[in-house]
Design a protein around this ligand. Structure first.
Ligand SMILES: Cc1ncc(COP(=O)(O)O)c(C=O)c1O
Length: 390
């Protein structure tokens, strides 16, 4: 069921502005791609055409960017937090040694001893923390990860396997963030957060640029396929949808792509911000099963892009998720899609059943839809229990 829907009256059709470029631009994204694509284990993820599902849904084509294999971490988040850790290490070394610290020197292990004294930290629902822990392990610093009471044991275990120390807080995400901030001040640890707020934008910006490795890959994959008319983007804090929207808006100024942001009914901070025409936080009363989307506070940078770039915001019911995951698991070829991964497809199918919204968005049998399968089975036990139930 579609729980809420808001057509964005602020949507601006003009070219991507200089002001927005100062938040995130194609050069930032290219720089991130040039770096990340050199890492061990890098491989572009597939862009899969969901032919049967497109036919069933009533659109011309659906392309699904399948992130389940990204760097063996199971989600696109591997691109952001890891890159944020590397940029942080470079900045710290520059402060200490001088401006000519290159990423190549860091890779070669030239500053190994100094790096081993840094500690990075973040509060997380799972995927971002795993990415920061991966970055810490890859580049040789220490890592403390804060999780809240509802984060699954499987997600905790995945972070611990990367040698990070995990601190479970007896409260919600906001409380885990509060403790993370307090303890990092006391211990001189460094927060690498995927969400931005006034006074903290540097690493969230790098992280967003890292996410656009997906967009860079899609831009080359698109040479072989058709340009999407609609892009569905699931939102937590809004860094991911903001990054992708920024990229496609700047790179393809004449394409008139429609961007649709999808949230859970239990964490609708972006749709509420759009409705209030200003950044608005919501109190999370119930955790959504889409753990990666369980965020009550929008990211400043993400919101600045989405507030004028998004055509439509929707909030969907959690009830749609299990059947959509099973639909992808039974697809030919089968796709491993975790809970947060299927929000876009679930929203598309619901919109197509609601003709007035589909019409407003010009979603019809000529539409080419791009979806982001942002995670695979990031908690295998939960994933299996959903797929096996019917
Ligand atoms: C799998 C998955 N998809 C989507 C998102 C949403 O990204 P953002 O919080 O940047 O909006 C997240 C965030 O953690 C996620 O883990």
């Amino acid at each position: 069921m579609l729980i809420d829907h808001f057509h964005n009256l602020n949507k601006v059709r003009s070219p991507y502005s200089d002001e927005l470029k100062s938040i995130l631009n194609l050069l930032d994204s290219r720089e991130a791609f040039d770096e990340i694509s050199t890492w061990d284990g890098y491989k572009p993820t597939p862009l899969v055409s969901l032919k049967d599902i497109a036919l069933q849904t009533g659109v011309k084509k659906i392309y699904y960017k399948d992130e389940s294999s990204r760097f063996g971490l199971g989600s696109f988040k591997a691109l952001g937090g890891t890159y944020g850790v590397l940029k942080f290490i470079q900045d710290e070394l520059k402060k200490d040694i001088g401006s000519n610290v290159t990423l190549e020197d860091i890779h070669k292990g030239k500053f190994k001893e100094k790096i081993s004294r840094f500690t990075v930290t973040t509060a997380t629902d799972g995927n971002h923390g795993r990415s920061v822990a991966y970055g810490a392990k890859l580049f040789g610093c220490k890592c403390q990860i804060y999780i809240h009471a509802e984060v699954s044991l499987g997600r905790q275990d995945a972070i611990e396997q990367l040698d990070a120390n995990v601190i479970r807080v007896n409260g919600n995400y906001d409380e885990s963030l509060k403790l993370c901030k307090k303890e990092s001040e006391l211990n001189n640890w460094h927060i690498i957060s995927d969400t931005s707020y006034p006074g903290y934008t540097k690493y969230p910006r790098d992280i967003m640029a890292g996410y656009n490795v997906m967009s860079e890959e899609i831009a080359s994959q698109l040479e072989k396929i058709e340009m999407p008319t609609h892009i569905f983007l699931q939102g937590g804090v809004g860094s991911f949808p903001g990054a992708i929207c920024a990229y496609f808006w700047e790179k393809f100024p004449n394409s008139n792509i429609k961007f649709i942001v999808v949230e859970s009914e239990h964490a609708p901070c972006l749709i509420q911000s759009a409705q209030n025409n200003q950044m608005t936080s919501v109190n999370i009363k119930k955790e959504t099963m889409m753990a990666g989307l369980s965020c009550g506070e929008p990211s400043l940078l993400g919101w600045e892009i989405l507030s004028i770039g998004t055509d439509d915001f929707v909030a969907i019911s959690d009830q749609l998720i299990p059947s959509t995951m099973r639909m992808l698991a039974n697809n030919n070829p089968p796709i491993e899609a975790g809970e947060s991964s299927v929000a876009g497809l679930a929203a598309l199918m619901e919109i197509m059943k609601t003709q007035d919204i589909a019409k407003k968005l010009k979603l019809d049998s000529e539409s080419i839809v791009l979806l982001f399968g942002t995670e695979g089975a990031t908690d295998p036990e939960i994933y299996d229990s959903i797929i096996k139930a019917s």
